[in-house]
Design a protein around this ligand. Structure first.
Ligand SMILES: Nc1nc2c(ncn2[C@@H]2O[C@H](COP(=O)(O)OP(=O)(O)OP(=O)(O)O)[C@@H](O)[C@H]2O)c(=O)[nH]1
Ligand SMILES: [Mg+2]
Ligand SMILES: [Zn+2]
Length: 388
């Protein structure tokens, strides 16, 4: 089984992120490890994503020996943040730094946000080396290392790679010996070495119910999505049903109408279960493969409020505001109880804030949620810590 490892390409505007992804795609397509995606398509990336939230990103998958590296580039800073808090978990980042400019404010902000959502590995790519002398390049690398240290990435043991994305993209020969394209292979090897373990991915099963009904024989069948881990026939799960945790047994599993003994994450599944009634199950109920799941009602999160152009709110939010959040499609009234950096969070801003839900739910790090205003999604968030 190949693991898919999610890598975000980050860095200041214009430092060469899209050029790098285009160069990687071009070269690795020549040796059959990636599809060819032209620069223009990467640069303008549009992608309609999860749960009604529009996520723009360009993705190129490069096959490694055992893993597939899904590399994502974002057309704007806002898209990067939205993806970080609402997209799939980021396992590592390629930090693109222009040797001609050095680290910039957005470089720091990207790192700070990545750190907040649990990213541990950073691979530095010093780009645009065609523009400056070697001694200047070394100075910039020192500055970047200092920045990583300041932002708490001192344990990221990835090596720094230098090159010119523009020259490599234009050559695109796909040869390791090439003076221009060779560094892309160094990046590839470093990804294999540095990103091969997606250590902090939760492999426990988590299933989210979307609806349920009864079979003619009276057995409840629950449709939903397996978000992580795997499910097996005849296994027991803990389920949050209404306000209680119950135990249920999987009597049967179906994927696309076909009965199976086991399913892996990311599948739409129908579960035949015993131990609950179909009437008790509603959208957003969670099933887990672990014992001792605790119910909680408060968490700290990284949030991003949409700008007006993205369909956001008019006003900022602040402590003591009553805010509706939606977790897996289940809506909760909640209170904003703490904000660590800002008193008010304006549309277009990101912030670390804590919420207290009106009732308990199963809460875990990395759960994404949306911030609602009536039926409209006006922001997104990701849980980074449980409790107040
Ligand atoms: N000289 C030189 N120019 C480069 C290099 N890499 C990228 N560029 C140029 O820098 C500019 C920005 O490159 P992009 O790849 O679009 O940068 P980006 O980081 O994706 O920019 P945004 O998406 O706007 O944040 C373009 O004009 C590129 O041609 C390089 O290695 N050397
Ligand atoms: Mg770009
Ligand atoms: Zn080449």
């Amino acid at each position: 089984m190949t693991n898919e490892i999610n890598i975000s390409i980050i860095g200041n505007v214009d430092h060469g992120k899209s050029s790098l992804l285009a160069a990687l795609s071009n070269s690795f397509s020549k040796i059959g490890l990636a599809p060819f995606v032209p620069y223009e398509q990467i640069d303008l990336a549009t992608f309609n994503g999860e749960g009604g939230v529009k996520l723009n990103r360009a993705e190129v998958k490069i096959a490694g020996k055992e893993n597939v590296y899904a590399l994502s580039d974002y057309p704007s800073h806002q898209d990067f943040i939205k993806n970080l808090v609402y997209g799939e978990k980021v396992d590592g980042v390629l930090l693109v730094i222009s040797a001609a400019d050095g680290p910039m404010p957005q470089t720091r902000e990207h790192l700070r946000l990545a750190k907040k959502v649990g990213v541990k590995k950073v691979l530095i790519v010093l780009n645009k080396v065609d523009m400056v002398s070697e001694s200047l390049q070394e100075m910039v690398i020192k500055e970047v290392r200092q920045l990583l240290y300041e932002e708490g990435f001192e344990c990221s043991e990835c090596q720094t790679i230098k090159g010119s994305a523009l020259l490599a993209r234009k050559c695109g020969c796909g040869k390791k010996e090439c003076e221009k394209c060779g560094f892309l292979f160094n990046i590839y090897e470093e990804m294999e070495r540095c990103f091969s373990l997606s250590e902090n991915r939760d492999e426990k099963a988590l299933f989210v119910a979307s609806n349920s009904s009864d079979t003619p024989f009276g057995i409840p069948v629950v449709k939903g999505e397996l978000i992580s881990g795997k499910l097996k026939k005849d296994s027991t799960l803990s389920a949050l049903i209404g306000n209680e945790i119950k135990s249920l047994v999987i009597k049967g599993l179906e994927v696309e109408g076909i009965s199976v003994d086991e399913v892996m994450a990311k599948s739409a599944v129908s579960l035949y279960v015993s131990g609950v009634k179909s009437d008790d199950i509603s959208k957003g109920d969670l099933f887990f493969d672990e014992n001792g799941v605790k119910l909680e009602n408060s968490f700290e999160s990284l949030i991003y409020l949409f700008r007006k152009e993205e369909g956001g709110k008019q006003n900022p939010i602040k402590i003591a505001d009553e805010i509706e959040v939606s977790l897996f499609g289940k809506k909760f009234k909640s209170l904003l109880i703490h904000s660590s950096e800002k008193e008010q969070v304006f549309p277009g801003d990101n912030a670390t804030v804590s919420f207290k839900l009106e009732k308990d739910y199963v809460l875990k790090n990395n759960f994404s949620f949306s911030i609602m205003e009536g039926e409209k999604i006006v922001g997104v968030g990701k849980i980074v810590k449980i409790g107040e």
